[in-house]
Design a protein around this ligand. Sequence first.
Ligand code: AMP
Length: 501
Amino acid sequence: MEENKIQNINKALNLALRRGIIIPAFSIYGELAGFYDYGPIGTRIKQKIIEQWRKFFINDIGNLEIETTIIAPEKVFEASGHLKTFTDPIINCIKCKASYRADKLLEEYFENKKNQEKRQKIKQLNFNEMQQLINENKMKCQKCGQDLSLSKIESFNLMLGTNIGPLNGVKGYLRPETAQGIFLDFKTIFRTYGLKLPIGIGQIGKAFRNEISPRNILIRMREFSQMELEYFFDPEENELKINNNSVDDAFLDQKINLLSIADQTDNKSIEYNEITIKEALDTKIIPNKLFAFIIYKEMEFMLHLGFKQDVFRFRQMLSNELPHYSKANIDLEVKLDDNFEEIAGNSYRTDFDLRNHEKYSNIDMNIVNNNKKLVPHVVEISFGLDRLFWANLVNSLYNDKREWDILLLNKNTAPYDFAVFPLQKDEKLMENANQVISLLLQKNYSVYFSMSNSIGKRYAKADEIGINSSITIDFQTLQDKTVTVRDIKDSTQIRKNISDL
Ligand code: AMP
């Protein structure tokens, strides 16, 4: 079906809203940008992605998962640097007060002008250079048409604040990433669980950012979920051990699609080069072997979810794009329509976070590993769950022979394994359908059931929400205990004995 792939964000959105896969939050009270709810099907798909992440990044490689608080007192973010440096460039219209994120406004401007080369260069600019471009191009406010050169780009902190306790209480913030809770608890966990480095500690949960201009549905939200893994290691240890076993170097031969800093600063506009992880490590694009390993795991994970290798790439971040805590970043990006969007940030956070918490709390962050005292370094994999969910949906949209849009999710992310449909409202058919459902549930399959509408409409709905196989109970079932099993890919139907399902 590859030739029928659609890759169209608007069509994906249409389908997702039509089927209630996602729902704009509090919409009965009018829209507030950047907030989405997940409907029943969306929730199931999201849970499947979480399950796979947990398998790949926690259980398969002997890592641990924790759950820390969403709100933290100001001190935590003073230490982490977020209070001072977690900012984006904002430009406010002097007439109507509309606010824009300056870099994204410029990217959109050059995208509309079909100037991809200039669009890509925006990432390299500082505030002054962005201001200059806005002025030179006489850019206008999108809402009221006011000249934006009269406005000045400023920096805007993305943290959402609150007060903890009565009578104004203590100042606190909703976490902008799940990572900080992991750093705060690391030493206790390392000691109480008797761990050895390297060890990954992960967390899945909500994060909040007061984004200036939320956009692209689940790509830039104000409340979103992350799946983060902080991998603690000794930077002086050369041998890479996972699950207490030395890792075979064969993984380094894996080819990845990589866009290096050089590729971005040379004036060629290429999407990526195919190189081995080893080449990227040898040329120091990938900063260390543990980082190389997580790139490999990430690649495997994406293929497992059903992404084809040519729709995602690893992009080395430019030095002026690096977050304040990072020595090197390689983002995982997926192609959506014509642009690559960041889905996960992979970052070499060094000992930045642990050292800063040590400084601000006066608590020694050294641990003892193999009789050596050290503050470990950290490599982080930070997946945006909503972005991954959205990229998966957009990438699974196909047009079938009837010209209908369907979701070809693979079995690792499909919301249900089977749909079960009695052909008509009939007691005997219902009885048989119940038997089939019990049998499938016993075998640990998940089942979607529907009796409303014609069978054709039910098939169409199952196709739209990504159920791969639909089982129909008809009158022949009553005679010979067979059912039809219909495949989403080509709508073919075969008859099978119930006992062979
Ligand atoms: P960062 O800490 O900015 O590297 O973010 C880590 C990951 O979180 C990104 O790769 C995104 O997938 C996700 N993310 C960051 N900001 C948002 C947002 N505003 N809405 C949805 N996902 C986000």
